[in-house]
Design a protein around this ligand. Structure first.
Ligand SMILES: Nc1ncnc2c1ncn2[C@@H]1O[C@H](COP(=O)(O)OP(=O)(O)OP(=O)(O)O)[C@@H](O)[C@H]1O
Length: 259
């Protein structure tokens, strides 16, 4: 299937976000196709995180529309957006730091383990089955992410790279259709960045998910993305394939030229 034939999963049009007198995002349009890795790049303050927050239900956009699989999700709160299969990680890792690794993954599945209070109190067979299945999913994701040896460690005691992997596992265990990663390479060493690129590629191939990525690490962005949107001062300046974006004079001037 060619890129153009691949159906669009996420559609963002005319997105605008105003904070008082500041127009942080102005007229942003883009679409993310199924099974695509789509990156948003741009200098600091370009509006990338604000776009993420509008798409993920953390901000209500001042205007514009966000469609997920053809359904309007504009302004829906983040927990409802997540229920529809759009989940995210954060620039600064957000985990339940005092809980163990496996407990973090169990908490993420609270919607899947919904046998009710009475079932839980009396540990009915239905509840025990649901809990066993949830633990099996934990085991699967711990293994997939190379975290099995840390299963019973407090999340706070993991290295930064492992915390980032746990955050991605916590998203993936909910079976999303679209995974949003906010600067996933921040704080990682060169080897961890290579592994992150392999992980993103692998998740897309194995689970058919789409990935929307904000990232400053150009080597990761260029290596993993199918298409890239470049923003500057809240506005989109170019959307295209990595090689086209890399050589676009407007991008070099706005962003790459800074390095
Ligand atoms: N909650 C907020 N209230 C007021 N202004 C905000 C808020 N969030 C972001 N901004 C402003 O909006 C603009 C865009 O910020 P944003 O964080 O989206 O940029 P960014 O491209 O993600 O930057 P970075 O790469 O540094 O993370 C900035 O001028 C920022 O100060």
């Amino acid at each position: 299937m060619t890129d153009v034939q691949r159906p669009e999963l996420l559609g963002v049009s005319g997105l605008q976000m105003r904070f008082g007198g500041l127009l942080a995002v102005d007229g942003v349009d883009f679409g993310v196709r199924r099974n695509e890795v789509f990156a948003i790049i741009g200098p600091n303050g370009a509006g990338k995180t604000t776009v993420f927050n509008c798409v993920g239900g953390f901000y209500k956009p001042s205007s514009g529309q966000v469609l997920l699989d053809g359904q309007c999700i504009t302004g829906l709160p983040s927990h409802l957006v997540a229920q529809k299969g759009l989940v995210r990680t954060f620039q600064n890792v957000r985990l339940f730091k005092q809980l163990t690794v496996v407990e973090n993954l169990m908490v993420a599945q609270h919607r899947q383990v919904k046998s009710g209070l009475l079932h839980g109190l009396f540990a009915t067979p239905a509840y025990r089955r649901a809990e066993r299945e949830a633990l099996e999913r934990c085991a699967h994701w711990l293994d997939r992410m190379g975290l099995t040896q840390f299963a019973n460690r407090e999340a706070a005691t993991l290295s930064y790279g492992h915390q980032r992997r746990l955050e991605i596992a916590r998203c993936m265990i909910t079976k999303p259709c679209l995974l949003m990663l906010d600067e996933p390479a921040a704080g990682l060493n060169p080897q961890e960045k290579i592994e992150l690129q392999q992980l993103i590629d692998g998740l897309r191939c194995e689970f058919g998910i789409a990935v929307l990525l904000i990232e400053h690490d150009m080597s990761l962005v260029m290596g993993v993305s199918d298409r890239i949107l470049v923003m500057e001062h809240g506005r989109p300046i170019v959307t295209g394939k990595p090689e086209a974006v890399r050589n676009d004079p407007r991008v070099i001037k706005a962003y790459l030229g800074e390095d």
